[in-house]
Design a protein around this ligand. Sequence first.
Ligand SMILES: C[S@@+](CC[C@H](N)C(=O)[O-])C[C@H]1O[C@@H](n2cnc3c(N)ncnc32)[C@H](O)[C@@H]1O
Length: 272
Amino acid sequence: MSTLRDVLAASPLPRLEAHVLWRQVLGVSRAWLIAHDTDPLTAGQLAAYRALESRRLAGEPIAYIVGHREFWGRDFHVTPAVLVPRPDTEVLVECGLGAIASLSAPRVLELGTGSGIVALTLALERPDAQVLATDVSAAALAVAQMNARALGAKLLFSLGNWYDTGLSLGTCDLIVSNPPYIDARDAHLVQGDLRFEPSVALTDGADGLAALRIIVHGAPAHLAAGGALCVEHGWDQAAAVRGLFQSSGFVDVASVQDLAGIERVTWGRLPA
Ligand SMILES: C[S@@+](CC[C@H](N)C(=O)[O-])C[C@H]1O[C@@H](n2cnc3c(N)ncnc32)[C@H](O)[C@@H]1O
């Protein structure tokens, strides 16, 4: 009879990915898996694992297979309607939290919330903030709303096309966004995990800066004096995005590196 140790040794998947799938099949912790890796597996457990393993081998993101992903130490429900949360996006959250650190009861707008990781984390880390999260995808907003209920976050949601939404907070102290920024001609869009993610979350259908131009140019009309804008962007877009900020009247414009040392987030403030 096979044991977990036998199956892991023969698996074509990286050990960590196989562990995540086994945890899903058995409903146990990683520590349990390690402690019980010589227990015999039933035929039903093996068949359930093989079904998940073949989906992963076909390229489907692990987060879609297991239905959740951790971000900022919290577990978020994830479906194919939303971008899989990326660890790099924690830099965007850090930037946003820093921008409102000295304000009480700040008004915060997130454009393109997807699973809600950014808006919900800001709302949970700053319970005094008034947060509005928007998205053009009703299916994505439903996932974000489910996450808000599960995590007990209090915020507003609105369906809309960037600034064109049914709800408004008036002028905001902070706007954050991780918009689709992949150039429509980028070959990666039809490779690997990206094939499974919603196209509207990945590419603006143009040069990769189209959504960023709308967000940056539109921000001054929605920000209070001294208000901040923080956006995530591609590895090679920082200089272009800083140019958009400067031409839109932002000051103290700077880019922040992710854990890999890549300029991943750009931010700036309106003059006070
Ligand atoms: C890169 S994903 C970011 C999702 C989430 N904020 C995150 O960081 O994981 C971009 C999001 O922008 C949304 N989006 C795309 N076009 C939009 C538009 N015109 N107006 C509002 N949201 C849009 C997509 O549906 C998607 O959820």
